[in-house]
Each structure stands twice: as C-alpha cells, then as structure tokens.
Design a binder for this molecule. Structure first.
Ligand code: BES
Ligand code: MN
Ligand code: ZN
Length: 497
C-alpha cells in the first residue's frame, strides 16, 4: 500500500473516498463543520436525519457529494468530542477498513488521524490506521491462478494543512510503511506452504534482504558447519528431513556508539512440524506450516529495522529445519549433545523447537549481546493459557520484561509474563541425561522456557511464545504478522537518541 501526505484543502482533494470523522457533543468536529459549509449542509442534514448509527465506527457513504472533488464522502461516527480511548479508535479503524475493502475504490484520503484519542499521539494514530487498513486488504493469493481477490484499494493518504507538523507526519508515514512491509513479509512467509517455504527459502529470503539493504549483512551456515560447532541438538531434528537445515545469521549494523552491544533475536524456523516419530494427529496438521512464525517475524522485523534505520545493532539468528518422521529421524529415548556440552534426552520428538533453539542460543553468546530475545511457536499449552490475544513472555530479567511489556502495549502487540521459577526446573530432570526435552502435562509453556533458560544462564534473555498469536485459526485462517510490531517498537525504544 502506498501511503502519502496531502496538503490540499479537503474539498479540493481528488480521491475515491474522503473519510471524515463526525463527533458527538457540543460540536460535530472542526473537519465536519468546515466541510459542511463546502457541501452546503449535506453533513448537517445527514446528522439531523440520524442516518449515522449510534455505534462507534458506524458510517454513511455519500456518492458524488456536491462541492467536493472526491468521488465519495464517508462520514464516520467517531465518538465524543472529548476524545475516545484506544480500543474505540481501533474499532473505528477496523469498521472503516472493512467498508473501504468492499468498495471499488482505488484510493482513500483519511482524516481519522485527527480524532482525539486519549493518551495517544499522532504518530501512534497514523501507524494504527495504516496497519489496520493494510491488514484488511491483505490476501495471500500468490499461489491462486483464478478467483484472486481483487486488491483495488492501494493508496492511503493522510491530510494536513498544518505546516508545523508536516515533517513529523512524514516521518510517521515512513515508519508506518516500514512496519507494514515487515508485517507483510512475516505474513507471506508464514502463509507459504511447507513445500515452498523450506529452510532454503528462509535462507534465500535473508540473502535477498541483505542484497537490497546495505545496512544488512547475511551469512548462511550449512549442516557441515553446524556439525563442526557441535550443534548435535539442532541436527538431531534435521536428520529426519531431506531438506538441508540452515542457520541464518542476519546482521543490522547501525549504531555509531563504540562498544554498544547488539540485540540478538532468535526465531524458530521449523518450516513444517509433523511431530517427527512422535507424530501429531492429522486434524489441522496443515497449520504446522506456520511453525516458522518466529523466523518469519524476526525476518520481518529486520526488514522494518533496515527501513527505519534506528541507531542500534540487531542480529537475527534463525535455526531452520523441518521436523519429519523418517528412517533416520531421532526417536524417543535418544540422547543428544548440544553445542553447550549439555546432553538432552529426547522423550518426545514433537518438542523439537527447544532442540533447535538451544543451539542457536549458545551460538548467540559469541556476539556478546545486550539482550537475547527468542521468538517461537513453541507450545500448544500457550494457546490454552493465553489464547490469541497475548504472546507468552518468560524471562530471567525484570527490566527486559518490563521493556517488552511496554513496547507491546505501545504497539498493541501485547505480551503477558509467566513465571520462570526454579521450582519448575525439576519437571525436566532426566535419569539418563542432563535434562529431558519435555516436562509432563502441567505448565508446558513454562517447562519449555525452563529448558531454554539452561542455555542462557549468563545472558539477559527473554522468550516469546507466539503459538497463539502468530496465527488465526478457523474460517479466517492465516498468519497475523505478530510480533513484528512489538519487536520493532522494542528495538526503536532501545536506539540511542
Ligand atoms: N510447534 C509446536 C507447538 C504448537 C502447537 C504451535 C500448536 C502452534 C500451535 C511444538 O513443536 C510442539 O509440538 N510442542 C508440543 C510440546 C509437547 C510435546 C511437550 C506441544 O505443545 O504439544
Ligand atoms: Mn512440535
Ligand atoms: Zn514445533
């Protein structure tokens, strides 16, 4: 989607649809009032007839409105003139986006960023507006040959006549575009089927990003390299697959500050998770193509970061493999040695995410990270605990947890912290190895994080379990692009100002 800034008088704007907020209270709002004069009372007449429903976001479409150059005028119930809260604002944007998506409109000029939202600024409103509209228009149809959804609407413009804020609006628009690009990349990758989005495809995507953005550098490690480094845990998962595993290293170097330590992001890249020998049940197994949602969101974040150019160093690490049953696949009871030297008894080959992440976490240490954040569709238990709304957060560092929680609130890509007490560690003890890869039925999200915590003992580390948030199940199934917004927000908050 193209996003731009228009500095023309509203009635002079040529667009498929001009979107105007109408307020309740003492005034219908300065925008509606100004336009009412230009249209010789069309707006006040509609209000008088009570044609705009009471529900926030409810709207009326006026075609060919006299006095305007726009093809259509959309009047949107935008709540009280005293301001609305952010949930109400998102409801308005979602309702409007749905309406716009149905129209044969190619462009929209919106003034909804001028609605007063309590505790939120212009930058936030512009980003929310752009994201919600783009999400509505997104369709994964690159593999359809017919009946493709027509994506007619491709241009969003914000309007400002106030010269003093034009520069800051332009910056917000540029950031919103960067965010949308990252979210779309994450969605595309996670929506692609396992036969297209293989470990090699993820690696090629990273290589391409580095080719396009000079601030990015990419290195791909092959199975031979991993063998040399002793990544026996990671390789035990990939040995059941014919697709070669890849360890992707993508660096964003920006900070001018001498000795500043990087943020390391680690994304689980299981391009298809069948469960391996501990085979999953057949129902909805197709959805396990999104078991690389962590990798997808990390790559999406790197794209956003490359476009936004914050002054901070970021390194993305992605262990990528399939998890399949095969004559050479690892079996329950197998014991493998991780790069850290610790041994692991594989009691369930379906708990493969932690087996590939642990070696990537050990590998991360060489970069002397400020923090390590891993992102993974790790446990079904997290879907049970938090559903589709909150990403599970587990961490050995309170400040990092707080920073991520705040970034999640700001970006509306929220996390909820779960405990990581030592008490839970007992569940993954093994009589035969240093640890087992599963910890029984109870507290599955926590014991998975306990496992990972043993590989980052001297690091500030957080784990994001996105099993419930990276994907919409049901009729609207598909990738959500989460948590690109959260990670981008966090990274920008850490940039040297
Ligand atoms: N990729 C799955 C987790 C998952 C489940 C993600 C549902 C999204 C939706 C992971 O590899 C897995 O299979 N985890 C097991 C762990 C268990 C064997 C301890 C699970 O959650 O059942
Ligand atoms: Mn699994
Ligand atoms: Zn998995």
């Amino acid at each position: 989607m193209e996003i731009s800034l228009q500095t023309t008088d509203l009635h002079e704007i040529k667009t498929s649809c001009l979107v105007i907020p109408v307020l309740k209270g003492k005034s219908i709002g300065p925008i509606a009032e100004g336009l009412d004069k230009k249209t010789r009372g069309v707006i006040s007449k509609i209000i008088e007839l009570e044609d705009i429903k009471k529900k926030i976001g409810a709207n009326v479409l006026v075609n060919n409105c006299s006095g305007l150059k726009a093809d259509r005028l959309m009047l949107v119930n935008s709540g009280s003139d005293k301001g609305i809260d952010e949930a109400e604002y998102r409801q308005i944007l979602a309702t409007v986006a749905k309406e716009l998506g149905k129209l044969p409109a190619t462009s929209v000029s919106s003034t909804l960023d001028q609605v007063k939202v309590l505790r939120r600024d212009n930058d936030w409103k512009i980003k929310q507006h752009a994201r919600i509209l783009d999400a509505e228009l997104y369709a994964f149809d690159e593999l359809k040959t017919k009946n493709k959804r027509k994506k007619r609407l491709s241009r969003l413009a914000f309007v400002s006549l106030d010269k003093t804020i034009v520069t800051s609006i332009r910056k917000s628009i540029a950031d919103a575009k960067a965010l949308i690009a990252g979210i779309s990349l994450a969605k595309d990758l996670a929506n692609r089927p396992g036969n297209v989005c293989t470990p090699t495809h993820l690696a090629e995507t990273a290589v391409q990003l580095a080719a396009e953005y000079p601030a990015l550098q990419c290195k791909i490690l092959e199975e031979m390299d991993m063998e040399k480094m002793g990544m026996g845990s990671f390789l035990s998962v990939s040995q059941g697959s014919r697709q070669p595993a890849k360890l992707i290293e993508l660096k964003y170097r920006q900070s001018q500050v001498e000795g500043q330590k990087p943020i390391v992001l680690v994304g689980k890249g299981v391009t298809f998770d069948s469960g391996g020998i501990s085979l999953k049940p057949g129902a909805a197994m197709d959805e396990m193509k999104y078991d690389m949602g962590g990798a997808a969101s990390v790559l999406g974040t790197m794209l956003t970061v490359a476009k936004m150019q914050p002054a901070v160093d970021v390194i993305a690490l992605i262990p990528a493999t399939e998890n399949l049953p095969d004559g050479n696949a690892s079996k329950p009871g197998d014991i493998v040695k991780s790069m850290s030297g610790q041994t692991i008894e594989i009691l369930n080959t379906d708990a493969e995410g932690r087996l590939i992440l642990c070696d990537a976490l050990t590998y991360a240490e060489q970069f002397d990270p400020n923090v390590i954040i891993d992102v993974a569709t790790l446990t079904g238990a997290c879907v049970v605990a938090l559903g589709a709304h909150a990403t599970g957060l587990l961490s050995n560092d309170d400040q990092l947890s707080l920073d991520l929680t705040e970034a999640g609130e700001a970006a509306h890509d929220r996390v909820w912290r779960l405990p990581l007490w030592a008490d839970y560690q007992k569940q993954i003890e093994s009589p035969f190895a240093d640890m087992a890869n599963v910890g029984g039925r109870s507290a599955g999200t926590i014991t998975a994080a306990c496992f990972l915590s043993r590989f980052v003992e001297n690091q500030r580390w957080a784990h994001l379990d996105i099993a419930g948030t990276a994907w919409n199940s049901g009729a609207n199934k598909g990738a959500t692009g989460r948590p690109v917004a959260l990670l981008s927000q966090y990274i920008c908050s850490q940039a040297t100002k």
